[in-house]
Design a protein. Sequence first.
Length: 139
Amino acid sequence: MQPLERDRLCDLGSTIDHRGQLVVIEGQEHVPFKIERVYCIIGKEGEPRGFHAHRKLRQMLVCLSGSFRLSIDNGFERQQWFLDRPDQGILIGPMEWRELHDFSPGAVLMCLADAHHDEADYIRDYDEFLSVVRSGTVI
């Protein structure tokens, strides 16, 4: 069993002055991979999202506005974070089940990914995820 990494919360580049805050995110600097895809989710209060794992994809999630709760599960243990800062990101690796809950009104989540969308990379059934991850064979 591979334990969940404890150091997946990343502080991003940020400068604050009288004009406000500038947050900088650079691939292979703040994000430990080349960024191939960026997308945003505008959360809807009371509507959870996620409920899948990726076989190979690596991602970083950044809460640009508002807040949400993130749960990451490796098939053996689960961790949760409350994200509400645009100057921090959470890394999610391959074969980690993710669930997003408790979106605040106006919450905006940005996802940085190391590959383009590939439906074949998704595992959308939790029991299938558990079976694959616990067998140690990623298809």
